[in-house]
Ligand binder design. Sequence first.
Ligand code: NAD
Length: 245
Amino acid sequence: MSAAMEILPQDRLFVLTGAGISAESGIPTFRGQDGLWEGHRIEDVATPRAFALDPQLVWRFYSMRRAHALKCKPNPAHVALAQLEEKLGERMLVCTQNVDSLHELAGSKCVIHMHGELFKSRCSNARCATKPFDDVKTYQNRSDIPACTRCGALIRPHICWFGEIPFRMDEILDHLQRCTVFLTVGTSGVVQPAASFVEVARQIGARTCYVGPENPANAGAFDEVVLGPAGERIPEMLRSLIKPA
Ligand code: NAD
């Protein structure tokens, strides 16, 4: 396997995943197909303004995604990363832009969902102290959407929408600034701030590698680009990743 992705006992691995790692599990990527949902641009149903204007439309979109994601299973890329974590322990973090739970279903424990979680909901009132809670329900009509038991505002998906700040950025930057190997899987390299993580990793001297079927927009920032589907390339890489101490 590549020099960039050899993992030595002193290494710390930061893995950034995007929609592409879940593609082989049957979850569509954002920019795949025509990027539309029932005639709406995805960007138009994934904003705070969209929720304020039409919460039913937004909940129907996320309800459809919940119902679909419930049927999807981790693929060999999720499983291989979980197996790698068993070997590396706290020296490895998976930071995912994905809102599905496939990393956890594969067995990964140290996962940060920077864009939120599909199977959580929270109060839409930013000043309300109610914490996000597990929620697999689907809401089709305005009258189905629950109100917060504390403040009465509508419950919304626990998702980082366009124009909102990703979750747990302090923890993410802390891990990023200590990594020695940076692996990105299946992301187009255009959504910020995730697309800039590779630059941070490079600045501190980490080896950087991208895996996916096509070059991402920021391909030039990686020491190495491994082309191919994650479900094939990641397990192949894992087989030769761990060197004897
Ligand atoms: P994107 O749709 O912009 O890009 C998907 C990338 O995956 C592309 O670069 C494509 O080449 C690659 N890809 C396609 N098939 C692949 C495969 N088999 N193996 C590896 N890579 C493959 O997605 P993005 O860059 O992650 O960013 C867009 C946003 O979409 C993120 O904010 C994310 O939250 C959201 N999103 C999440 C999910 C999910 O939770 N599964 C699904 C769709 C979108």
